[in-house]
Write a protein that binds this ligand. Structure first.
Ligand SMILES: [Zn+2]
Length: 76
């Protein structure tokens, strides 16, 4: 399987990525001692991904507007 943080291929039974050290989140819950904690971690990770994605989109949009403004000013 592949690490969901760095995307490198890692062993199927790995719990942590040996490349970047991130915890590997598997779709099939093999360890079900603390399902609630795992679920919370998953949703926190999803929220972090959403926030990161929104931030990146915002930065790209801001950069695009800035470049557009600069090119407009230099054109005038
Ligand atoms: Zn990794």
């Amino acid at each position: 399987m592949y690490c969901n943080m760095c995307g490198k291929e890692i062993a199927d039974d790995s719990r942590f990525c040996n490349i970047c050290g991130a915890k590997v989140i598997t779709l099939e819950a093999k360890v079900t001692n603390e399902p609630d904690v795992e679920e919370n971690k998953m949703s926190v990770a999803k929220q972090a991904l959403l926030i990161a994605g929104a931030t990146i989109v915002g930065l790209i949009l801001a950069g695009g507007i800035l470049l557009f403004t600069i090119s407009l000013i230099s054109y005038l």
